[in-house]
Ligand binder design. Sequence first.
Ligand code: AMP
Length: 453
Amino acid sequence: MSFQEFGLDPRLLQAIADVGFEDPTPIQTQAIPILLEGKDLIASAATGSGKTAAFVLPILHRLLPKERGTTRVLILTPTRELAVQISDHLAGLAIHTPLAGAAIYGGVPMNPQARAFEQGADVIVGTPGRLLDHLRYDYADLSGVEVLVLDEADRMLDMGFLPDVRRIMDAIPRTRQTLLFSATLPPPIVKLSKDILRNPVTIRLQDKTRPADGIEQSVFPVRQEEKPALLAELLRREAHKSVIAFCRTKSRAEKVSRFLEREGIRCARIHGDRSQGQRLEALDGLKSGRYQVLVATDVAARGIDVEALSAVINVDVPRQAEDYVHRVGRTARAQLTGEAFTLVAPEEERELAKIEKVLGRKLPRRQLEGFVPQSFLESVGRRRGRYPATLAPGRSAAGAGRADGGAPAAASAPAAPARRALRDRELWEAMQAAQGGAFVPPRGVSLPSRRRR
Ligand code: AMP
């Protein structure tokens, strides 16, 4: 199937060629003909499937013959970042047409956004809260809306936006085309779809338990306190250009990003306490290559679309399998390939096992050769009063910086030759214990033969 076969307006085909899409993705192949017919649609398609163009293209095609000056399309999305991305994507695809969209989201002044309403932007892409703020004023007239899109509906549910979505529904005509996109279809979303869609066509594309093909997933066992150092080492060694590192909480994201900064890694952070300006700066910085890594919490990272994101690193094991799929879905978008690493501490193994059960397979365990946990150095220093030479603290290229960000321990102990030291069983066992049972000695160093764990 080619884009030409949909019968799309030549101006849209030109834009598709400009942005470099060669063939439609599966969701585009299935959804575009249905949407061009004006039918309602419910689609389970994850971010990265090409779903945005799947709804934007038919919407633009159907808007083209119509008179301008009325907002005819409303797209609701859970996050500001997603609103900006969809409207950027739309602007790119509408570039050869007079059509224009506007993004409406919180954290920035209302006035410029009010003008979009007043001018009757063809398409408004917005987050529910800010839209409701505008709807209190007379200028915000959505009575001309003909198409409503709910994007990432399951995320809107998670973030508590469904009551807002239902209130917005009261401000737009009942007769309209409605499209609902969601990575997963939990019961409240199915119920919502029954209430607001009319004889919808259903497309089940992305199984919630299966991240997109092309993602290489692996797990690094490591002790909790060694995670920042292992992350830094992974970022140095794997030469990934743009990475998102997920943390469970805001404070954790803060700590990890400060640690990376001290290690000289170009990084930015996004979480709930960051302002809109800071988030956009972080995202722009990642896209332009100013930052190698964005440390993020789940909510803040929702909907982020960075083309050619080369890796996702779960600094903490996500609580839910769906979050895992969502997180790793940030890499390998569309036809690209990517890697997803999960750092798992011994106490997180059970949560990881649950995720693996849902995925239907065990994720391969990996070890970073020669990565030396600080706790090991400290324990060896305490127990033996000496360090193996190649593992001496201060050699931070080997990941020996302190996990808590302090200065590396003083390299005062006399160094013994690394190979001999590593053959020592006691040392080896301490090393294994320090790294959650997963230490790979430097190349050429053989393992002790007895009592190997
Ligand atoms: P989405 O799932 O809409 O967030 O899109 C994910 C990424 O895939 C975006 O960066 C799009 O630019 C890209 N994309 C969408 N459709 C295609 C296509 N047909 N060919 C190549 N890339 C695409």
